[in-house]
Design a protein around this ligand. Sequence first.
Ligand code: CA
Length: 245
Amino acid sequence: MGNETIFVIEDERDIRELILFNLSREGYRVRDFASAEPALESLKSEKPDMILLDMMLPGIDGFETLRRIRMNGDTAAVPVIMVTARTDDADIVAALELGADDYICKPFSPRVLTARIRTRLRERQRMQSSAGGKTGSGSVSDEEEKILSAHGITLDPGRHETKLDGAVLDLSATEFSFLAFFLANPGRVFSRQRLIDAVHGNGYSVTDRSVDVQILSLRKKLGPVGDCIETVRGVGYRFREDPQA
Ligand code: CA
């Protein structure tokens, strides 16, 4: 593992130290914060490779912190894993809608946590090194950094940028990965599990519901062309081929 930097924002000291201990042992460089304010301040001058963010924090809470991270162009693409004691689906869905890439519920096993982080960082590395659109162990292998386009959408993996009719879209890292996968595989139907595998790598466990939430959000952001992501009942999703392409 390289020397990736991970910001840990967690107010409970025991948990913070547990995370710190385990991540340091894995070779990560960790900066820990007991509240969001100093972390947001540090983000102005430093860009970590990942952020672990507790949902319930004193002061600025996890949701608001996430919102600010996503609103800021410099940090918008940094992967964020929410750490939460809440098991309420509504909170988790809200976090995913706000652009969290993943979540983990307390109490968690340190091994599961580090495995998730490794997966995420690998995914990010793949995005950066192999043209982004290539999302995982999917059917698309090592292509060059090629701009993908259809339905007025252009996606530039190298710049990690998506535009719709020339206007830049603000997508989360996961939405970007889904869209890249769709653009690279038009006309084919994919199950939710297949999409998860494509974006996260095989064996990764995410609920179907969270895929639906991401797709819903992606469609919304695509506005008038959002319906090019079709729901195939009982199966999954298909990205409609562009008759013009
Ligand atoms: Ca907390």
